[in-house]
Design a protein around this ligand. Sequence first.
Ligand code: PHE
Length: 339
Amino acid sequence: MKDFSEIKEQYKQKIEDVLDSEQLSEFWQKYLGKTGVISGLMKEMKSVPPEEKPSFGKAVNDVRVWAQELYQTKQAEIKERELERRYEKEAVDVTMPALRRAPANLHPISIIRQEMIDVFAGMGFEVYEGPEIEDDDHNFTRLNVLKDHPSRDMQDTFWLTEDLLLRTHTSPGQIRTMDREKPPIKVLVPGKVFRSDSDATHSPMFSQLEGLVVDKGITLCDLQGMLDQFVRQIFGESTKTRLRPSYFPFTEPSVEVDVSCFECGGKGCSLCKGTGWIEVLGGGVVNNKVLENCGIDPEEYSGIAFGIGIERITMLKYGIPHMGKFFENNRDFLEQFKA
Ligand code: PHE
């Protein structure tokens, strides 16, 4: 009578070697599956003499039951081991310090832009934001920048089509305001502007704050008075302004505005390059042609306008030497500015 001890011995050894569920399923196929070794034993029934068939059948069945038990024990063992391993792998050490979330702070440009707006809002200005994509008409022509003016040069302006461009200044906001509103007008236009220009103090994208006042009897003195107040609040009470003649097609007369150096008080230092003065903005009396282009009668009304570079003011105020710093997204740099 066969006791299948050889097969059992082999089975016992092979199941020892099974280490994970993948190997376990291979093992099942090989021994206990339909075409496996133990199922194969039944096929030998053919060659067993009839009187021995019942006991042979029982013996095979005993082996199957025995094998299945061993298999189940192994299966439970592996399941447990694999679960343990997963727990280990996915374990969370609740005693570890939590990741610190650094509180966000405003970008220095945003801080100074808001400070600047606050100063002018105190003088009664309202805020209007125009589109960053402009047409030739608003950005140039109606501002009296005629077709052959050098500031239209391909090198300065990012043209999108023959007519559309990225605004090169916030001055088109003047046109849009005068199209929309009747005087008295007192408006600020903050926003991004774009010029093909890049070095330590220039970036192809930067920000300006445009100001426009149109009313009866507005003169250059109003401009100087407002700017005096502006620079005192931004750079300190003892700061003074100086107007120098300049040229912009949309203002007449035009001025360049300097502030007395708030670092040395006017004696001359590295910030003001020894001159005692620092240039901060451009402005002037709104050109009559521009008023006319917007349907405002220059006999009745007059205006003043100015444009301030927000990065420039921020660099001066915080002593930042390079324009690129604003756009590097370096946290160590940005975290120094708390509003
Ligand atoms: N738009 C001018 C510039 O970008 C600044 C300016 C604005 C000058 C308003 C005069 C009046 O340089």
